[in-house]
Structures are given as structure tokens and as C-alpha cells.
Design a binder for this molecule. Structure first.
Ligand code: SAM
Ligand code: SF4
Length: 329
């Protein structure tokens, strides 16, 4: 799949559910209305959809959500998708999770062929953790992280940088990740979906996070890439890798290699644009995937050049009405 700007599309992110057992303040409102189950693709449909994309050259598949591990029978899908790793059609099957269910699933994930996972942790303070996630417990996530590491999974922590919330923990988080053997990536908040807090109050440009790190560490530019939008530095003192995802302060669109599908089968060619293609209708139109393959080709042909997120005081409404839990991280 090659888009109109010559970019090869080889990375698919699939949101397998819009539901979650947390209600992170920057991601969801406290009383979210979730999709009726009948709108959501079945596990078999998700499998067909992912398999069609793999047939078209997707080499890396990330399951996300909502919380992917709260979807009922999710391991059935993950185990089934693992077959593409064994045939060599897929290089990597991975997921982004809040970690709450990892104690239960870490072993099964490894058995299915998953090698690395991203786990979101914004603070190491249990009370603050519950303030940010509203319903989450840090101890449960830490137990999940231990189980994942013991099972042999490589772990990357994702931390959303929040002004006045976790900007005092930047160095602590780095120290913790280093001791535990986790990679760590900081993310800027993106203006997606109505939440209950004013985003501009919490927006923290990563240039400030970098400046803090620079006071303690020597940051060496790194050419490391995981096929995603993060840019990495290596800390000279510890050899640790720290990543930065800066959708607002740095435009990473020119190297974009990915598209996203929601749990209802809407294909979004860009996280930051409204344009989409309805793959559910195509999936349900026939059983031999002709309509599905045609719909994917047509959509890739209109992948936009980039996003135009802005967070500023004049524009308090979100750039996009859909939440991150719809298209996934
Ligand atoms: N529930 C899983 C988790 O939290 O890792 C997967 C889905 S979550 C939507 C994926 C990532 O998006 C998480 O790291 C989360 O912190 C991040 N995220 C959610 N809303 C965001 C926003 N408005 N701006 C930036 N990152 C956001
Ligand atoms: Fe759930 Fe992840 Fe959104 Fe938090 S960021 S509410 S864990 S989907």
C-alpha cells in the first residue's frame, strides 16, 4: 500500500473496543456513553480485517482501545493473529494497554507470539494515579508489569506529560524505568474528544520535559526507531533510552507509515483528521473479502498529508470530536 505522498503503509493499529476499566481525565469523560455492542466488529470480523491488511503489506499490528484486554475473549483473537507471525507474514504483533489485566494475560500473550507491549503509566504516586485514571489502582498495574516482565515481555512505558500533575516526576519516572528495565516515552496531550478538564491547563510541551532531563543527564540523539512516531535520545550516564512523541510541537507526518481502524470498522487514514472509510459495510458485503480489499485500496488513495492539531487559549474546543479511546493510541 502506497499513499498519494509516496509513503508505504506497513503499520496498522486496531482499536478492539471503545470500553475501558479506567477513565483517564485527558482521555474520557467520567460518564462516557459507549457504543452498542451490535455496532462493534466481532472477533472473527476483526481477524478478517487484520488479515486483509496483512495481505496488503502490513508488517506491524498493534491492538489498542479503549482497553484491549477488557474485551471478552480477546485472547482468541490474539492467538489467532499469532499465526501470521509464524508464517512470517507479520513482523510484530503488539498492544497498548493500561496494564490492569496483565497479571492475568502476560503468559498467554507470550505464548501467542507477542514480544513487546506498551503500558501507560503517568505517575508513581498511588493517590495521583487514581486521580488521573479516576478508577485505576497503581498497585494492580505494578503487579501486571511484574507479571509481564517475568513472562519475558519487553515493556515500554508511555507517560502523558501533564502540567501541574506529573511534571515534578519526570526524573523519578526515568529512574524507575531504568531500574525496572523498561523503555520510557513521554507523550504530549492531543486535543481529542470532549473531556471534563480544560486541556490547555494541562498541556505541557515536551521541550520543557527535555529541559528538565537535560539538567540531570546528557542526552545523546539516537537513531533508534520502533516504526512509530517517537524520537529517542540515549542518556549518556545510564545508557537508557527515552522517547518523545510531540504531535503538537513537532510535525511527524512526513514519515507516517500507519493507519487506524476503530472497533466499528471505521478506517482513519490520519489520527488528526476526520476523513474515514467504512470497512464494516465492506466486511459484511461478502465473504471473500473483495469489497473489503477494494475499500482499503480506495481509502489509502486518500490518506491526507498530515494533521493540524492546535491547543491554545482561543480554541478551547477539541480539534476532533472523537476520543482517543475510539481510534486508540
Ligand atoms: N487503554 C490503553 C492505554 O491506556 O494504554 C490503550 C488505549 S489509550 C487511548 C492509548 C494511549 O493514548 C495511552 O498511552 C494514553 O495515555 C494516550 N492518550 C489518551 N488520550 C490522550 C490524549 N488526549 N492525548 C495524548 N495521549 C492520550
Ligand atoms: Fe482507558 Fe487508556 Fe483512555 Fe486511560 S488512556 S481511559 S486507560 S483508554
Amino acid at each position: 500500500m502506497i499513499d498519494p505522498f509516496g509513503r508505504h503503509i506497513s503499520y496498522l493499529r486496531v482499536s478492539v473496543t471503545d470500553r475501558c476499566d479506567f477513565r483517564c481525565v485527558y482521555c474520557m469523560a467520567e460518564d462516557m456513553t459507549f457504543l452498542p455492542k451490535s455496532d462493534v466488529l466481532s472477533l472473527e470480523e476483526l481477524d478478517r480485517l487484520c488479515t486483509a491488511f496483512i495481505g496488503k503489506g502490513v508488517r506491524k499490528l498493534r491492538l489498542t482501545g479503549g482497553e484491549p484486554l477488557v474485551r471478552r475473549d480477546i485472547m482468541t483473537l490474539i492467538r489467532s493473529l499469532g499465526r501470521h507471525l509464524r508464517t512470517g507474514a507479520l513482523d510484530e504483533l503488539t498492544l497498548t494497554t493500561n496494564g490492569s489485566q496483565l497479571a492475568k494475560y502476560a503468559g498467554d500473550l507470550v505464548e501467542a507470539g507477542v514480544k513487546r507491549i506498551n503500558v501507560s503509566v503517568d505517575t508513581l504516586d498511588p493517590e495521583k494515579f487514581t486521580r488521573i485514571t479516576r478508577w485505576g489502582k497503581l498497585a494492580q498495574v505494578q503487579e501486571g508489569l511484574r507479571a509481564a516482565r517475568d513472562a519475558g515481555l519487553q515493556i515500554k512505558i508511555n507517560t502523558v506529560a501533564l502540567r501541574g500533575v506529573n511534571d515534578d516526576e519526570v526524573l523519578d519516572l526515568i529512574g524507575w524505568a531504568g531500574r525496572e528495565g523498561f523503555d520510557l516515552t513521554f507523550i504530549e496531550t492531543m486535543p481529542l474528544g470532549e473531556v471534563d478538564v480544560a486541556r490547555v491547563d494541562n498541556y505541557l510541551p515536551l521541550s520543557l520535559v527535555k529541559a528538565q532531563i537535560g539538567q540531570r543527564h546528557t542526552m545523546l540523539e539516537s537513531s533508534h526507531t520502533t516504526g512509530g512516531p517517537a524520537r529517542y535520545v540515549t542518556l549518556a550516564e545510564t545508557g537508557q533510552r527515552v522517547g518523545f512523541i510531540t504531535p503538537l510541537t513537532h510535525n511527524f507526518c512526513e514519515s507516517c507509515n500507519r493507519v487506524r481502524v476503530t472497533c466499528t470498522g471505521m478506517l482513519y487514514m490520519c489520527l488528526g483528521q476526520e476523513d474515514s472509510a467504512d470497512l464494516r459495510t465492506a466486511l459484511r458485503a461478502d465473504t471473500d473479502d473483495t469489497a473489503l480489499n477494494d475499500a482499503i485500496d480506495e481509502a489509502i488513495g486518500r490518506k491526507p498529508k498530515g494533521h493540524d492539531f492546535v491547543i491554545d487559549r482561543r480554541r478551547q474546543t477539541p480539534a476532533l470530536s472523537r476520543h482517543m479511546s475510539v481510534t486508540g493510541g
